[in-house]
Design a protein around this ligand. Sequence first.
Ligand SMILES: [Zn+2]
Length: 244
Amino acid sequence: MELGIIATSPNFPGWKNIPLKSLIEKSLHHPVFLDNDANSAAYGEKWMGAGKRISSMICLTMGTGIGGGIILDNKVWHGAHGMGGELGHITVNPYGPRCNCGNYGCLESYSSATGMVRSAVESISAGKMTKLKKLSSGKTGNITAKMIYEAATQGDRLSISILREAGKYLGIAIAGFINILNPEMIVLTGEVTGAWDFFFPSAKEEIEHRTYTTLIKQTKIVRGKLKGTAGTIGAAGLAWNKLK
Ligand SMILES: [Zn+2]
């Protein structure tokens, strides 16, 4: 990332060692800095959003996939080789479903929009009754995470249990992050956080089980403040810092 090269991306198959920085610089004739969307969103929330006065925090962007950004001492932590913070791809269940990255049982496989849709489709194939059948006009290919949320608000048991399960695995992951880094704050952002009331109680339960009591009491877990703009604001902030 620091070198301006996309080494690999699970959601962009075939993108291997792409020199994106120099390719864009050649077209724009301006300096270009490269970082991923989740690191940018984390920096956006730290710079202008929920983590304004916070020096250490973890941000998870929960959408189609799950991105992660780690802020330590006010800076994005990129790791030794520029690939740190891939928090959506930590294993929360070694026997879980295969993820786009090739691993099994990643956080992203359960708590992203795609993960929840997969879970719904599997349950319907296994014969479970759900309002999702009607909402999707009987076609599992039509099911979206938003539909699962809507069905949950109508009391659909399967949809409620999918959101709770997403929260459970999210909580397992967050407990690990807290135990490793003891950050001041965890910020959750992205479209999936719209279903907060359904998934957060089970996440909180897991976090409380799996972290030291003093740690969890001192860690703020909040929703992002910048909504869809965290990534662009953060990208601007990161570029601004480089140019200073
Ligand atoms: Zn993965």
